[in-house]
Structures are given as C-alpha cells and as structure tokens.
Write a protein that binds this ligand. Structure first.
Ligand SMILES: [Zn+2]
Length: 273
C-alpha cells in the first residue's frame, strides 16, 4: 500500500511548536500553541466524545481526543496501558539474573557490552545543576525538561547510573515477551510499546527532595516516564541486540534452548509462571 502524506498533515507536523531549551531544564518552556491547532483539537474532541471507550466491557463515552473514558484514560496515561498489570519485583529479578548468567558464558560479548555502556554513560552524564525539585514543576515546563531533570536527579540525588536504567529496560523486554505478549498480563496489544516505555522510565520514580529533614515529592507523569523509557529501550536494543532473549544457551544437563526459555524455567521453578 502506498502511504500518502497529505499537505495539510505535513504542514501541521512542520509547524508543531518546539520547546525552548536554553539554560537549565528549570528555565525551559513549552512552545507557543497556535490558536488554529487548539480549535482543531476542540472539534476532534466533540466528535470523539460521542464514541464509546475502547476498553472491552466498558460502556462509558470517550474523554477528550483519546480512545478511552476518563478513568481508563488516567490509568492508560500513567501506565501506558489501561489494563495490563505491572511486572513484580521478583519476576524482574529473575530476568536480571538471566542476563548476568548469559553474559558470564561469553566474556568477549560481556566486554564489548560493558565498553558500549561505559561510552553511553559518559554521553548521558548531566551536570548537577540540571536536577529538578518538586517546586520546579509547573504547567509551562516542557516534557523534555521534566525528563532531563528526572535523569539528573537519578544520577546526582539517587546516585544511580544510566546503565542500571538500560539493564532494567532489557529485563522488561524479556518480561514483555513472557507475560504481555501471551496475554497473561492482560494488556491491550496496541499499547505494547507505550507500556514497555512507560515501565522502563518509571524506574526513575518521581521528583523528590528532602527539605529540613522532610521528604517532599511531586509525581512524574506517565508521559515523562515514556520520554525517558523510549531511550532506555532503544539503547538496550542497540547494545544487547534486538534478539538478545532468543540467544541460544545450553543447560547444565546438555539441553539446547533460547535464553528466554531458560528464563521461563526459572520463573516456573519460582512459581511465578
Ligand atoms: Zn473506559
């Protein structure tokens, strides 16, 4: 099928307002919305709100310009999928363990991956002045500022690394293959990428600061988590390879299988599958 870009759509994309990113993230601002696009959005909303919510069995009308009613929209926005259950800590621990076991069998690969992650770590290092506190979060702050600030907090306030976020994304990619794709997690297939990206970014948590011994926090949105998670998933795919979980392994008793099947055995043994 030949895809055709309409002149109108192209113009709309090319005139999308870009955020202003000068100085520290706390100074960045969203681009100016044109009144024409605001009005077009309102028209789409009126038509859209006559349709039913996309969640099977939900009989509410859609809200805004999205596919879901108000309550399913909120969950979908926060999690990337209105229905899918979240991975458990124990499940992810087994996927992370499997990554370590696999790399231990191939020192050359482990060395190459470690060098790639080290190089990535250096390009992703942000200055401490890029950190964002709960008080810095307001409506005019663009998504890219919140994502950048949350990453700076992760590095400087939490003392964590970019590598940890990439490795977590790789474990989540394995989890998706086992639980999401099989329907066990109960998600809506179309939301697969959004759910994976949101979970990958959710590792970085919310905007937190301790003021006079008291912890203060402001929730980071699903969109902010997706913004970060998209990069984590991208780097996990390019550094470890898109077919990492299909890598061939041989078990101690001489059976040949994929790393994913090997991980499933461990999940079954732990009664998590
Ligand atoms: Zn609904």
């Amino acid at each position: 099928m030949l895809l055709r870009w309409s002149e109108k759509l192209l113009k709309e994309i090319l005139t999308m307002p870009a955020p202003i990113t000068i100085g520290r993230p706390s100074d960045w601002r969203v681009g100016k919305q044109s009144p024409v696009s605001t009005q077009r959005l309102r028209c789409r909303q009126i038509v859209n709100e006559t349709k039913p919510c996309d969640v099977p069995g939900c009989d509410h009308q859609r809200s805004g310009v999205g596919r879901y009613c108000r309550s399913h929209r909120d969950v979908a926005s926060k999690r990337g999928d209105p229905l899918a259950r979240l991975p458990s800590r124990n499940e992810l621990a087994i996927f992370k363990h499997a990554i370590g076991v696999y790399l231990a069998t191939d020192p050359a690969l482990a060395k190459r991956i470690s060098a790639d992650l080290g190089a990535l770590e250096r390009t992703k290092a942000l200055p401490p002045s890029f950190c964002l506190s709960p008080a810095d979060i307001h409506r005019k702050l663009p998504q890219v500022a919140k994502a950048t600030g949350l990453l700076a907090n992760w590095q400087h306030r939490e003392g964590k690394t970019y590598t940890e976020a990439v490795d977590n994304a790789l474990a989540l990619m394995g989890w998706m293959l086992v639980y999401y794709d099989s329907g066990l997690a109960g998600g809506i297939w179309r939301n697969r990428e959004a759910f994976l990206r949101t979970r990958a970014g959710a590792l970085l948590g919310d905007f937190r600061k301790t003021i006079a011994g008291k912890p203060v926090s402001k929730e980071a949105s699903g969109a902010t988590h997706r913004h970060l998670g998209k990069d984590f998933v991208h780097h996990a795919t390019t550094i470890y390879g898109a077919s990492f979980w299909s890598s061939p392994v041989t078990t101690q008793d001489g059976q040949d299988m994929t790393l994913l099947d090997y991980t499933k055995l461990a999940l079954k043994a732990a009664k998590l599958l």
